[in-house]
Design a protein around this ligand. Structure first.
Ligand code: SF4
Length: 198
């Protein structure tokens, strides 16, 4: 119920000039399972994602899909959102005021889902997650699971690169390594992380 009201708020939001225009700079609320142990957070909504309303549709999202499959999961079992919920015109980088205006929505989504692991995909996501959870334990790349007990209130964070940056390197080995690290992190969130928090 809280999530539906929040989704509606995001769809009606006009905080940023020129954003949230249907078919041009439309928004999509976070997608997926509200009890997922893992949330993936990207930078902003992709162009194709406006139509599907699912972050990381096609394009570089193919690497995310491979990572999810590698963990034996389906996209709908995870929670996936963005630091900026609208699609910036012509795929430009998000502006600072858009991140400031929009990240509270992401924070509210994460407060509903309460994932044990957040995977940030790119620098904007990394920065907002550090701001939300200054006490969070963090893994850089490659993914390394935390030792010991986990906090119930603060997610563990894995800072991964954005998949479009990975694709731009045109390096098959790097792509494989990226996908297998995503898979390891997602698998951990559904397995060991769950047990440690119980
Ligand atoms: S980017 Fe976020 S804050 Fe800005 S108009 Fe879109 S939904 Fe609202």
């Amino acid at each position: 119920m809280r999530k539906l009201a929040l989704d509606d708020e995001i769809k009606r939001c006009r905080r940023c000039d020129g954003m949230n225009i249907a078919g041009v700079t439309a928004s999509a609320p976070g997608y997926g399972c509200l009890t997922s142990p893992v949330a993936l957070v990207g930078q902003s909504l992709c162009e194709k994602c406006m139509k599907t309303q699912i972050p990381f549709t096609e394009g570089s999202g193919g690497l995310i899909d491979e990572g999810i499959r590698g963990a034996g999961q389906q996209k709908k079992n995870l929670f996936i959102s963005n630091a900026v919920h609208c699609h910036p015109p012509k795929n430009r980088a998000s502006q600072q005021h858009e991140i400031v205006n929009c990240s509270p929505y992401l924070h509210r989504e994460l407060e509903i889902v309460r994932p044990r692991l957040v995977i940030t995909l790119g620098r904007d996501a990394e920065r907002v997650l550090r701001f939300f959870y200054p006490r969070a334990r963090i893994s850089g790349h490659p993914f390394e699971a935390p030792r010991g007990r986990l906090s119930k209130d603060v997610p563990f964070i894995y800072n991964a690169k954005h998949p479009s940056w990975i694709l731009r390197q045109h390096d098959d080995e790097l792509e494989d390594e990226y996908v297998s690290n995503l898979a390891a992190a997602i698998r951990w969130s559904f397995g060991d992380a769950r047990r440690k928090a119980e």
